[in-house]
Each structure stands twice: as C-alpha cells, then as structure tokens.
Design a protein around this ligand. Structure first.
Ligand SMILES: [Zn+2]
Length: 191
C-alpha cells in the first residue's frame, strides 16, 4: 500500500498503521514490536517533515477502557512473563464497540512473588481484570481478591472446569488445574 493513500482508511484500535521505519508513532497511536497501531477510531494523518503518523479521532464519545475500570476479556496468547487479553466488555458486561488489547504481566497477577504466570492464567480463560494504564495496549491487574479467572477450560480436553474449593477440576477427564480464580467463577452471565 502507498503510505500517501492511507489517510482515507478508517482505523479501529489495534489496526496496524505502518512500521516505525516508515513513520514514528504520534498521538492516537502506539507501537508494539516495531509496528505502529491505532489507539482510537479515526483516520491517520501523516506529518511528512517529522515522519510522524497520528490517528485523529472521528468520535470523541467512543467509550474506552480507562485506568481503574474493571473489564472482562479472554486470554488469547501467552509468553513467558505475560498474557495477551482481548478485552470485550466493562464490568457491567456492556460490550465495547471494538475489542481492545490488554497485557497482563506476571507482576500483576498476585501480591506475592509469582514464579510462573502459567500457574495463574491460561489461554482461553475469561478474566475479570482491572485496567492500570490510560491507553492501549491496556495493562491489566488481577491482584485484587475479586479479580481473576471467571471461566476456564481444561487444558487436556477443553471442557469447562468446575470450581471445587480452591482448585478447578475437569468433570470429563478429572484433571486438576490451578488458576487465580475470581469469586464469581462459574456464575458469570455475560458470555
Ligand atoms: Zn478435561
């Protein structure tokens, strides 16, 4: 795509705008691994002198996650020290117009030292988490007691796990798994 033509593209949060070698991230954008992505719904505007790209909001009333807000999202993938979350709704289960990317770092999982984030969340889990940063990608925390995994599936057979005391067990293959479980585990109505 010719970069001069991209200003006609309507972007939503998470859309790739360009790579940092082409334009540096400006207002309304953020960078992940060398790729500039849109943080808002809007249209890109290029500053050719400074080689900066901005994304200008089309609608300032678009509801966005913000620091302190509790959200729901699915764990889409995991690395050694963090999990990527697809945030889809606020704490009242009101869906956002478009999903947002969240990052749960190992340091935000528990007050105690955590050796492996993989003992607390797993891909596919539905999380209740608190946003701790103001702009995308939203950094999340599940440290507080009411936060954590709200639905989880068996790593072996994929069946929804059942909470029994402090552990999650699979009603199908009987495997036992560990998570940082939210008190509302299994009772969530909005998915
Ligand atoms: Zn199972």
């Amino acid at each position: 795509m010719r970069l001069e033509n991209i200003s006609k593209l309507r972007l939503v949060p998470g859309d790739e705008v360009c790579v940092v070698e082409e334009f540096l991230p400006g207002r309304g954008t953020y960078e992940v691994e060398g790729r500039v992505r849109s943080a808002v719904i809007g249209y890109p505007a290029l500053n050719l002198d400074l080689r900066v790209v901005e994304v200008k909001c089309v609608n300032n009333k678009v509801r966005l996650p913000a620091a302190g807000v509790v959200v729901y999202g699915f764990v889409t993938s995991m690395k050694e020290d963090y999990a990527l979350i697809k945030i889809f709704s606020d704490s009242k289960c009101v869906k956002y117009p478009t999903p947002f990317t969240g990052i749960l770092h190992v340091s935000q999982v528990h007050d105690k030292y955590v050796k492996s984030i993989h003992d607390f969340v797993k891909p596919g889990d539905l999380l209740k988490a608190k946003v701790v940063s103001e702009s995308p990608p939203y950094h999340l925390s599940i440290k507080e007691r009411q936060l954590g995994v709200a639905v989880a599936y068996c790593s072996v057979c994929g069946v929804e796990l059942i909470k029994q005391g402090n552990v999650l067990t699979c009603p199908n293959c009987k495997s036992v798994e560990s998570r940082k479980v939210s008190p509302e585990y299994g009772s969530l109505k909005c998915v």
